[in-house]
Design a protein around this ligand. Sequence first.
Ligand code: NAP
Length: 297
Amino acid sequence: MSARIIDGKQVAKEMREELKVKVATLKEQGIVPGLAVILVGEDPASKSYVSAKEKACEEIGIFSDDNRLPADVTQEELMAIVEAKNNDPKINGILVQLPLPSHLNESEVLLAIDPDKDVDGFHPINVGKMVVGEKAFLPCTPHGVVQLLARSGVEIEGAHVVVVGRSNIVGKPVANMLLQKKENANATVTLCHTRTKDMAHFTKQADIIIAAAGRPNTVTADMVKDGVVVIDVGVNRVEDATKKRGYRLVGDVDFDAVKEKASLITPVPGGVGPMTITMLLFNTVESAENTLETVNN
Ligand code: NAP
């Protein structure tokens, strides 16, 4: 059996069409959702992520407020900008592109973002709400993973999900989301990491595997059962002399071999990646809708 490929670009496109409709409805009520993007310095990868986020905003009608700061900006100056965005009613979401230069205190900056505008879902208030099952902004990549599963018709309830990786931005939140007593959750979750003894023992039992280790071939065909659903979050560069840029991108899963046993699998690139920015747009629109609820109540 060869797996059906989950097309992340297509799912992302469908979600962005839905968001466009929501933005149009908000505009009829006088609200233009606004996302403030704060970029410090000239890191090429960060610049390209920020440009992609701004372009995605414009495509669905979100106002993108571009704040590019020099690499030597002081902590005080940066905190003042965050504070100004917290108090600006045109701004519904604030995104500080990470990593920040080393002279800046990243956690102090993230803590300063108003939790009601924390569309990255990294503020401890939102993390705490997520864990106890309250409404919160969910972090974008893990939420994208859940949407990919749900929109591909995967039965999450009752499934045994094995998550490989326990980072604060992917592994821990996706595990938390899937174990909630909620729709698109109710799974039995096992979380593996580098200290897990005999990881294959767990992955072989999995109905769904979510790989977020940041290492190629972490999940190989001998580690999975027939019919498994595989979501590969990993993005790794491997040398490839046949490519002009000298490398290609691969996930954490041995895609070619695992797809012969899986029922569904995401490719890298083109799987989880396109969902991350989509979920940022989703949170920004939700934040704008929340202001409407506040006005109406
Ligand atoms: P991270 O902070 O480096 O965390 C990696 C986690 O994987 C750690 O918990 C680590 O365990 C675990 N791990 C590493 N090697 C392992 C192995 N051989 N067996 C079992 N566990 C292992 O990485 P991250 O930020 O979560 O990102 C993970 C991957 O997802 C990266 O490739 C990243 O580029 C990608 N990513 C993609 C997107 C997207 O939009 N597509 C977004 C975010 C991240 P320990 O805790 O024990 O060290």
